[in-house]
Design a binder for this molecule. Structure first.
Ligand code: AP5
Ligand code: MG
Ligand code: ZN
Length: 218
């Protein structure tokens, strides 16, 4: 059986989480977000969450070994046996190589790079509101919830992520350009990346991502 492994690349605030939710639903693949996994660990008070916190709050990447162990543990679970969608992993070339080594040849890998200019990122990040319970993503201006401050899906009070500040976003963008941009280059050399313009309505971004998936399967 061919397993689809869909990898979403993109800067902080590019719209990975927004698109991953929709793609996971339409492709019936589990949505695996390393950022969400760390935040869940943090809210549960685990040792892993504590270790990751300092890096995340400062806008730096968590060390490869911690991320890779956590990710492999997650994608080793039964619901990922038929494929999965990765949001926020791999973020370094070392992570991409580790993932590649784990593959056994039965994977159909699709890599989508959601591209958004840096100057648009700050407003997206500062205005984001996230649901601490179901991880749904909103934006005060671009995607407001039906009732202010409340999650449309589970009625939980929305919160702002600790790393969604004007100060931290600069560090996150720098980490992206230094450590994650080379991952797109790695995949370009390994067979291809489908570039999608992330600076358009989320519905249009979604359509473009679907085209990438269809073309990869053809
Ligand atoms: P993570 O949670 O992955 O954060 P990130 O990569 O910085 O990405 P974001 O979640 O901020 O943005 P997004 O692309 O998901 O955008 P979203 O859809 O929410 O990682 C957090 C931290 O964890 C890292 O800094 C690191 O410390 C650690 N970490 C995680 N993975 C790691 C790894 N593999 N290795 C090492 N460390 C790791 O959209 C953003 C906003 O814009 C929302 O408000 C949304 O409503 C809005 N929006 C979305 N699309 C559009 C659109 N088309 N038009 C207008 N607005 C839009
Ligand atoms: Mg995200
Ligand atoms: Zn919710």
């Amino acid at each position: 059986m061919v397993r689809t492994v869909l990898i979403l690349l993109g800067a902080p605030g590019a719209g990975k989480g927004t698109q991953a939710t929709r793609l996971a639903e339409s492709l019936r693949l589990p949505h695996v977000s390393t950022g969400d996994l760390f935040r869940t660990n943090l809210s549960q008070g685990t040792e892993l969450g504590q270790k990751a916190r300092t890096f995340m709050d400062a806008g730096n990447l968590v060390s490869d070994s911690l991320v890779i162990d956590m990710l492999f543990d997650r994608v080793g679970q039964p619901d990922c046996a038929g494929g999965y969608l990765l949001d926020g992993f791999p973020r370094t070339v070392a992570q991409a190589e580790a993932l590649q080594q784990r593959f056994d040849g039965g994977e159909d890998r699709v890599v989508i790079d959601i591209q958004v200019p840096d100057e648009l990122i700050v407003e997206r990040i500062i205005g984001r509101q996230s649901c601490p319970k179901c991880s749904a993503i909103f934006h005060t201006r671009f995607n407001p919830p039906t009732s202010e401050g409340i999650c449309d899906h589970c009625q939980t009070a929305l919160t702002q992520r600790a790393d969604d500040t004007a100060e931290v976003v600069g560090t996150r963008l720098a980490a992206y350009h230094e450590q994650t941009a080379p991952v797109a280059e790695y995949y370009r050399q390994q067979g291809g990346v489908c570039a999608v313009n992330g600076n358009q309505h989320p519905d249009k971004v979604f359509e473009a991502c679907q085209v990438c998936v269809t073309e990869a399967a053809a």
